[in-house]
Design a protein. Structure first.
Length: 64
């Protein structure tokens, strides 16, 4: 069993509905990661399928 600990992932749950606000949000929050972007749901898939007993932080290297 693992604990997946995602950072900011671009989903309808966190993204503003207004296109202008969405662009600003993506730029501001994305700038807080080493990758310079929000995650996408596909970023959460992969190595965790063959792990056990560890938390997995998928946060793009959050700087704050």
């Amino acid at each position: 069993m693992i604990a997946l600990a995602p950072g900011p992932v671009a989903t309808d749950m966190i993204l503003p509905r207004d296109p202008g606000a969405r662009s600003r949000f993506e730029a501001e929050v994305g700038a807080e990661t080493i990758f310079g972007r929000l995650g996408v749901p596909e970023d959460l898939v992969g190595a965790s399928a063959f792990m056990s007993g560890r938390p997995v932080f998928v946060d793009g290297g959050m700087l704050r």
